[in-house]
Design a protein around this ligand. Sequence first.
Ligand SMILES: [Zn+2]
Length: 242
Amino acid sequence: MPFAESRTPTAEPLLGDDGPAWLHVHLGLYGRWSFSGPRATDVAGAGLRGGGNAAAVPEPGATVRLRLEAEDLAADLTGPARCEALDGQGVRAVLARLGPDPVRNEPGDRERFVTTIRSRRAAVGQLILDQSIAAGPGNIYRADCLFRTGISPLTPGSEVSPERLGALWDDLAATMADDVDSGVIRTVPPDLRPEPVPEGDEEAGRFAVYHRTGRPCLRCGTTIVEKDLVGRRLFWCPGCQR
Ligand SMILES: [Zn+2]
């Protein structure tokens, strides 16, 4: 099976037939990790938040799909879209169908993202959620990174300039990397974050357009709108996204 070039060069030596087993987890919309045991409060970052602080690790609940356990700490996975053990060939197959990952942002990834979107006529707001084009971005990053770079999500990918798509990749990479560090998704640009956050519009402290339908745009005051795009809610500002 061909190995997608530029993907996971650091993992390649471990993917042989005699290599270790790999755990593949896709959280999807409902999957989450939770932590228990005396050391649970030490766990944070990398998108994970420390959970309870029980004196001992409790028995796993009925909905737990997988438990990873160490001394004084357990990580329980519930509700994942995927949870499977893979060998090296299985890992290659998964990687071959994924696009570049903005959090890894390896050499060539930015160009591959720009070139692929430029070759497609679908709306750029639809293409971003295609995991074969970019692996990782979900609905929040789709909405807010397009806002941050001023791109209308309805523009066909082929009509967005390479410069703007490059800026979009850079913004996805920077925003997602920041959130991995903090463990919290917070995509509103710091200079647009209202102080204090308006009563009844608390999400303005975290998101720019995501989930803010009917609220005033933090940049231009135009009312934020939404529409269904391929089964997912898409949010944007028709005033300052072109
Ligand atoms: Zn606006």
